[in-house]
Write a protein that binds this ligand. Structure first.
Ligand SMILES: [Zn+2]
Length: 431
């Protein structure tokens, strides 16, 4: 085969894959009518479809150019043009694959718990909309949860460029739940939602700058300042999670962070997460500041007993010696100081949490323990997470039964909210 002929046949192969892609266009993600109550909203589908359609147009445009010039352009140019079509195809495939995976999981046995987690995440946004109307810029697509491998939950914020999408921005927040952590009492899930809240509230930068300024002022130590500056978003998510779920959220995160001494007490240079030894002290400080003094003291004491600093730590001494000053300052700065982007309100003002909320959570826990589920259904979804955590800790309910019941409650609640199931035609993913 001559070079030009050889390239022509390569292009023909490429064209066959384009049409292959167009056949996938009309594939359904495989959800049955009974799965629809667990599916993301119509808007999630249509935004995904629009994104896929845009990539498809780009593929066609590049392919048409390739087809019209392939006989006359220099051979090297043709090779590059083929590669450019391939690149767009790859982008479409990754996008399609991601949407397919995320949406199709709603048709599996994980569907109910994923929908329940969507409801919890949506409620966290709702809490802010109630306390601070119009603080978000307009309507936002809610986060969508999906299952994947991985030790801890993770999140991909709205609009960030994703490596797996070749730099495409994701159109709505995604929250990854590890396969074995889909029970509705994981307060680390509230932490993940909080990362999205911080991004959608537009206070990412402002929070970092404020932390850096405050730490420099209170410690006068550039090293400590840079460390807390780097940790700002994780501390924000921890403190916001406490405001979303109360003391139970602090205990739940401590549960997650309680590892053997070498892990909990080793400082990781460049790491985004605070060393767990200090991180839980921040949670305890937040509880005290919110007026949950007993919980705060108990958490701090338990942590001190498990992790005694003179023994076996691998942390810069400055970090330990500055903690008594740095921790109250950073908690005050992130949760209690006002932000311009929050219209001069603080985090505690836009996610208020008080004694009445804690009382409602405790009552909800009692209702779950004594199987009075009707009573618990009125609890906001984010509070149900904490009520379920207390019910689990009571050890008076079988965990799997508890998980199933709480997931049912969360899905019953969202059935009321849902405008009605999306029609099957909305399920088409157009590539
Ligand atoms: Zn985090």
């Amino acid at each position: 085969m001559k070079p030009r002929q050889f390239l022509q046949s390569k292009i023909a192969g490429l064209k066959a894959r384009l049409s292959r892609l167009s056949r996938i266009d009309n594939a359904f993600v495989g959800l049955r009518p009974q799965d629809m109550r667990y599916a993301p909203s119509r808007e999630h589908f249509s935004v995904s479809n629009a994104r896929l359609a845009k990539t498809e147009r780009e593929i066609r445009r590049r392919f048409e150019h390739l087809e019209t010039t392939a006989m006359s352009a220099p051979l090297q140019r043709v090779l590059v043009d083929i590669a450019l079509v391939e690149r767009e195809l790859d982008r479409a495939r990754r996008l399609f694959g991601m949407f397919y995976e995320v949406f199709a999981q709603r048709g599996t046995s994980f569907g109910p718990s994923l929908a329940a987690h969507d409801a919890i995440a949506g409620d966290c946004y709702q809490a802010i909309r109630q306390a601070a109307p119009r603080v978000f810029s307009g309507a936002l697509l809610k986060p969508v949860c999906y299952m994947e491998h991985g030790y801890s939950p993770a999140t991909m914020r709205r609009g960030i460029q994703m490596n797996r999408l070749l730099g495409e921005a994701n159109p709505f927040p995604l929250i990854r739940i590890p396969w074995d952590r889909d029970q509705p009492w994981q307060s680390v899930f509230l932490h993940e939602v909080a990362h999205n809240l911080q991004a959608d509230l537009g206070i990412w930068q402002e929070n970092r700058q404020a932390v850096v300024r405050r730490m420099l002022q209170s410690t006068r130590d550039p090293f400590i300042t840079s460390v807390y500056g780097r940790w700002h978003k994780e501390i924000f998510a921890d403190l916001a999670a406490i405001l979303l779920g109360g003391p139970a959220a602090a205990w739940g995160m401590a549960d997650f962070l309680a590892q053997p001494v070498p892990r909990t007490m080793t400082y990781r240079p460049g790491g985004a997460h605070p060393t767990a030894y200090l991180r839980v002290q921040m949670l305890a400080e937040m509880l005290r500041r919110l007026g949950f003094v007993r919980d705060g003291e108990q958490l701090a004491r338990t942590w001190r007993t498990l992790y005694q600093s003179p023994r076996g730590h691998r942390m810069p001494l400055q970090l330990i010696s500055s903690a008594a000053r740095a921790i109250p300052a950073v908690v005050d700065e992130i949760a209690f100081q006002t932000r311009r982007n929050l219209a001069h309100r603080a985090l505690v003002d836009i996610i208020p949490f008080g004694n009445d909320d804690q009382k409602a959570i405790r009552e909800g826990a009692d209702a779950l323990i004594s199987r009075r589920y009707r009573q618990a259904i009125h609890l906001p979804p984010r509070f149900l997470v904490s009520a379920a955590a207390y019910a689990l800790a009571s050890r008076r309910v079988a965990p799997q039964r508890l998980a199933t019941q709480v997931i049912n409650l969360l899905n019953q609640q969202s059935d009321h909210v849902r405008a009605g199931p999306a029609s099957p035609t909305q399920l088409r993913l157009v590539a």
